[in-house]
Design a protein around this ligand. Structure first.
Ligand SMILES: Cc1cc2nc3c(=O)[nH]c(=O)nc-3n(C[C@H](O)[C@H](O)[C@H](O)COP(=O)(O)OP(=O)(O)OC[C@H]3O[C@@H](n4cnc5c(N)ncnc54)[C@H](O)[C@@H]3O)c2cc1C
Length: 332
């Protein structure tokens, strides 16, 4: 078993100036899906990531499976699991059961999140006897479990989607808003400076409550990450901020996810994805070339590591690692 607190290793890595990679997965819906994911996780683990994440099903849909898969990651693959835990539909007793389960399985890392609303629901609401945001969850984990867990929290370089609004008059955008502005099919969107300030103050509160690491929403544009790093410093946030990189798999998924997350995307990338269309080879080429360049730019901007949203797939992520010479075993 190779579990350890990410926070302990981060200090060592930063002292040596070494960068890391990490990979994220979600619980599959079928038994066959679980079997094939476990073999993938084993192969991903051969690349010696610092940690591997398993998301928590929105609305608690696959939550038992999350703990089960993290336990298997540790026991069967010798991996360092980073278990996501959300407040959605989770009264505090269920949170405590999940944390105890993680502890019993030797899992030392938790990503503390509010969570998305359950499928089909628009607004997020706290369940009776539950927590209302990630900040409350971080406080609870520290209160009940002291320093046992390393805790990661989310960060949003463009602002959280709920705090992003449509731009009525482009001429009114401030310089900092221009760094975050998002071009979508129906116009421009931005997290206004006043709202961004609240976002940063809230992020600082999560850090002060005991978070050790920030993992960002998927980033497609290195400058928006660079601006976020500067904003973190300005707000006294001095823990590592790891960019999340979504590996593009197809044009439809790229459009859906970037619209849902309100991610800033370079015009050249949107054009390349559009031009590739349904051609699988063409889209893979765009995904790998853009992904590798983005990673280089993120590292140049100061990223302490690279966190890949694998979407439970393998080829694009591993090809990006290969292109960056970050693979530890040959990529086929
Ligand atoms: C790295 C990462 C991993 C994720 N993993 C999962 C997962 O496993 N399962 C899943 O369902 N979803 C996941 N998500 C999505 C996430 O659950 C949603 O983005 C959700 O809408 C917000 O969760 P959060 O933890 O970021 O919320 P929080 O950090 O609690 O807050 C989100 C936003 O709400 C506002 N807010 C909330 N509380 C307060 C407060 N007290 N004061 C001021 N403002 C407040 C702020 O604008 C804040 O940015 C993940 C997101 C990221 C970036």
């Amino acid at each position: 078993m190779a579990t350890f607190k990410i926070s302990d290793r981060l200090q060592e890595l930063s002292a040596k100036g070494e960068k890391f990679v990490s990979f994220e997965f979600f619980p599959p819906r079928t038994d066959d899906g679980v079997t094939s994911l476990m073999s993938r996780i084993q192969r991903y683990n051969d690349q010696q990531p610092l940690f591997m994440d398993m998301t928590w099903g929105a609305g608690g849909s696959t939550s038992d499976l999350t703990l089960d898969l993290c336990t298997r990651m540790v026991k069967e693959c010798g991996a360092n699991a980073n278990m996501h835990l959300t407040c959605t539909n989770m009264p505090s007793e269920k949170i405590d059961i999940a944390l105890k389960g993680a502890r019993d399985a030797g899992i030392r890392n938790i990503v503390a999140l509010r969570g998305d609303p359950p499928a089909g629901e628009e607004a997020w609401e706290a369940v009776e006897g539950g927590y209302s945001c990630a900040l409350d969850l971080v406080k609870h984990i520290r209160k009940e479990h002291g320093d046992f867990f390393s805790i990661a929290v989310s960060g949003y370089p463009e602002g959280h989607p709920n705090a992003i609004t449509k731009v009525q008059d482009e001429a009114e955008l401030t310089e900092s808003e221009r760094e975050r502005v998002i071009e979508m099919e129906d116009g421009l969107y931005v997290c206004r400076d006043g709202d961004f300030q609240k976002e940063m103050e809230y992020l600082k509160a999560k850090v002060d409550a005991g978070a050790d690491l920030i993992i960002t929403q998927m980033v497609f544009d290195a400058p928006v990450y660079g601006a976020f790093l500067k904003a973190c410093k300005a707000y006294g946030i001095n823990i590592p901020v790891v960019p999340g990189i979504m590996c593009i798999q197809n044009a439809g998924g790229f459009k859906r996810m970037t619209a849902f997350c309100k991610s800033r995307t370079p015009a050249a990338l949107r054009a390349a994805v559009e031009a590739a269309g349904d051609d699988k080879e063409a889209i893979r080429k765009v995904a790998v070339e853009h992904g590798a360049q983005l990673c280089r730019d993120l590292q140049a901007a100061g990223a302490p590591g690279l966190h890949f949203y694998t979407l439970n797939l393998e080829k694009v992520t591993l090809a990006i690692l290969d292109a960056l010479n970050l693979n530890k075993v040959p990529v086929e």
